[in-house]
Design a binder for this molecule. Structure first.
Ligand code: ATP
Ligand code: MG
Length: 565
């Protein structure tokens, strides 16, 4: 039961799909502008990876693999206040899980701190950077707006000597946080606000996960990013659209520094998904404020959450391939992701029977203590998966939903007097409904037809429904967790105030489910189909006496309906 068969990747619609990034790479290789394509995935280790990152990972590692190049994993660890070793470890685990490998090419922006610092001094010496003493508020006001130019800082024309002296003392830790910054000296009147003397270094007295307390100043993202790419000889620096306006600054640094290579930045549209928020900031708050049980809560759009929910990595790769890579922002329907999950699991997951909301059935004409072993098929499309024995007995469980005392016209499952097929077993007919004092149905008295063993009547008589079941004595109790989207709205608030869009019914716990015994021994996260109920996997919260199962996804696209209810 390989849940991660890479050959599945080739069945996805659109094949490996060409997109504008791949076109650019192909052209650059064809013209000889680039010898070997080198990309990178540059996460900031300030949270767990989510589905948006999966898109970027598949693109960067995918392009490198398809064009015979390599892809680096580089931690963009320039903000020690929010970064942690836990995240560094989780990110590596998740990239591997998704099916990609950086080989020897694991890097950290912090490895380049010394070089970045040296280049900053070069800019100062060239009169292209200066130390600014304005307060953050003064700087903000002087920056101007989209329609008004900014104003030069009163500290903009400091001498090279004074700038060098102050910058060195910033590094030495002489000044408190926020007292001064180093800025690139570009153009306060530029139409592009990113070019209005952007900050290159800020003072931060903070412990860094890798460099400890060695540094009192840290480079900004804009300053560190392109130069890190240049140091690693990245040829195609692929990022999301919000950095398009940063490209002129990226190019300015590359043009004004003695960097060892000249990478180019290309921007693609980020992944947005209905009923989900793909923002580490919001995901961090969900975890911190305990709206979820952790980063790997199966409702989270994190790779750790999806893995725990039972989503195979091949499904994520298939999804990313289907949505493609474009230049215009759009939002993808969550139903599309579920489609990819079903596509993969339908092929890989074996079938079992489990009753989620049990209703007891007593077969009156079946002898007490008698047991019958019946053959059940493990996978309808894969004979090699074989069959298994399941035990039939006098007392069984069926789903509460498969019985109605007063059925409407089109209800063909069990009801008083009605005959149905029990999957792999016999035809049964409901004779009597037993209720408790409060009027709740607690048991059905039925009869079975021994001649229908295996599920067919020798007289050719038909039934309109086949329902699943488990033996009462030969099944194990379990907790089953059903998940609904974390947000009630297709376009939830992606920042402050997201709480009001949270779905109060995102988790439904069924604590009296009954499973075929073999299910209790499954490996955690191995996919299985509970016939008629969906795809499931065993959760790490399982204990020896009580397995816990997660529903990965239902069998059909009931998505729109579920959310609407
Ligand atoms: P978030 O927006 O969730 O805070 P981020 O962009 O700050 O994420 P990074 O760690 O900087 O997180 O992201 C690493 C890489 O993943 C970047 O190149 C970024 O462009 C890409 N990325 C992040 N979110 C998405 C997304 N939704 N779709 C595609 N790529 C994304
Ligand atoms: Mg970022």
């Amino acid at each position: 039961m390989a849940s991660d068969d890479k050959s599945l990747d080739n069945t996805a619609a659109g094949e490996a799909g060409r997109d504008f990034i791949r076109d650019i790479v192909a052209a650059d290789l064809g013209s000889g502008k680039v010898g070997t394509v080198v990309t990178r995935f540059p996460p900031e280790p300030n949270g767990y990876l989510h589905m948006g990152h999966a898109k970027s990972i598949c693109l960067n590692f995918g392009v490198a693999a398809e064009f015979g190049g390599r892809c680096h994993l580089r931690f963009d660890d320039t903000n020690p206040v929010k970064e942690e070793q836990e995240y560094i470890d989780a990110i590596q685990r998740d990239v591997h899980w998704l099916g990609f490998d950086w080989g020897q090419h694991l890097y950290y922006a912090s490895d380049y701190f010394e070089q970045l610092y040296a280049w900053a001094e070069d800019l100062i010496r060239a009169g292209k950077a200066y130390v600014d003493d304005q307060t953050p508020e003064e700087m903000r006001i002087a920056r101007g707006t989209l329609t008004e130019p900014g104003k030069n800082s009163p500290f903009r024309d400091r001498s090279v000597e004074e700038n060098l002296d102050l910058f060195r003392r910033m590094r030495a830790g002489e000044f408190p946080n926020g007292a001064r910054v180093l800025r690139a000296k570009i153009d306060m009147a530029s139409g592009n606000i990113n070019l209005r003397d952007p900050v290159m270094y800020r003072i931060l007295h903070a412990h860094h996960p890798r460099t400890g307390t060695a540094w009192k100043i840290y480079p900004s993202y804009d300053y560190a990013h392109g130069q890190s790419d240049a140091i690693e000889h990245i040829t195609h620096s692929v990022c999301t659209l919000e950095f398009e306006d940063h490209r002129p600054l990226y190019d300015w640094f590359i043009a004004n520094l003695k960097v060892p290579s000249t990478p180019h930045q290309y921007e693609f549209a980020r992944l947005n998904l209905t009923y989900a928020v793909l923002s580490k900031r919001v995901l961090t708050m969900l975890v911190r404020d305990k709206h979820v049980s952790g980063w790997d809560d199966p409702r989270m759009p994190t790779l750790a959450g999806l893995r725990r929910r039972g989503v195979p990595p091949a499904a994520l790769r298939d999804f990313v391939k289907r949505i493609g890579v474009a230049k215009a922002n759009s939002t993808v329907d969550l139903g599309m992701f579920e489609f990819s999950i079903r596509e993969v699991l339908n092929k890989t997951a074996q079938r079992r029977m489990a009753v989620l909301k049990p209703l007891k059935v007593v077969i009156e004409n079946y002898r007490e203590g008698q047991v019958d072993e019946l053959d059940a098929v493990n996978h309808p499309d894969d004979p090699a998966a074989g069959t298994r024995k399941i035990k039939f007995g006098r007392e069984l469980f069926i789903e509460q939903d498969d019985f109605m005392e007063n059925p409407p016209k089109k209800f063909f499952r069990l009801s008083p007097g009605m005959e149905v097929r029990l999957r792999y077993a016999y035809f049964i007919t409901c004779k009597e409904v037993v209720k408790d004092a409060a009027g709740n149905i607690v048991e059905l008295r039925c009869t079975y037809d021994p001649a229908t063993r295996g599920g067919n009547a020798p007289d050719g008589r038909k039934v309109k429904a086949t329902i699943h079941w488990v033996s009462a004595t030969d099944s194990v109790p379990a907790e089953v967790r059903l998940y609904n989207p974390l947000f009630v709205k297709p376009d939830p608030t992606g920042g402050e105030g997201f709480e009001k869009d949270l779905n109060p019914n995102s988790l439904e716990v069924l604590s009296n489910a009954r499973l075929e015994p073999s299910l209790a021994e499954m490996n955690i996260a191995d996919a299985i189909q509970f016939e008629r109920n969906g795809y499931f996997c065993r959760d790490k919260d399982s204990s020896p006496g009580k397995p816990v199962f997660n529903r990965t996804v239902g069998l059909r696209d009931t998505f729109a309906k579920e959310v609407g209810k």
